[in-house]
Write a protein that binds this ligand. Structure first.
Ligand SMILES: [Zn+2]
Ligand SMILES: [Zn+2]
Length: 145
């Protein structure tokens, strides 16, 4: 006997999850769960970090957000789910999107030459952002559009 429950296909969006998704999509800074929690709390004062974290996992599982696990840092979340690459500042740690098609050459070719059927790849450029290059406050950059 299986109880008649809706499949996971059309998962119900709780109001909390909707707020989390809205905040994530508005931010282009690829926040960590803790950073997003600080923002979401302005709108949902009683929410917990654990709840934000769990909802982010559901959003990722549903394909509405992407989880970015990068070497040496906490997982970050991305409201932009189409294929794109990132550049990360080694000074302040901000992560920015690169425009689609920014790469002139597919980085997959060498892996295919090794006989693999490539299903995906992750590419992250590293360097100093404009603020860090000029020694300005990196926080100011985050809020500029
Ligand atoms: Zn920087
Ligand atoms: Zn991104």
């Amino acid at each position: 006997m299986t109880p008649s429950r809706p499949t996971g296909k059309h998962r119900r969006h709780t109001p909390q999850r909707q707020v989390i998704l809205e905040e994530l999509c508005e931010l282009r800074t690829h926040p960590t769960a803790a950073e997003l929690y600080a923002l979401v709390r302005d709108r949902l004062p009683r929410i917990s970090l654990g709840t934000v974290y769990r909802n982010l996992e559901v959003l990722c599982a549903d394909g509405l957000a992407r989880k970015l696990t990068l070497a040496g840092s906490d997982a970050r979340y991305d409201g932009v789910v189409h294929r794109h690459d990132h550049v990360r500042c080694t000074g302040c740690g901000i992560l920015r999107d690169l425009p689609r098609g920014a790469l002139q050459v597919s980085p997959v070719a060498p892996a295919e030459a090794a006989g693999f059927r490539i299903e995906g790849y992750r590419l992250e450029f590293q360097g100093l952002c404009p603020s860090c290059r000029t020694g300005a406050d990196p926080g100011a950059e985050d809020r500029a559009d």
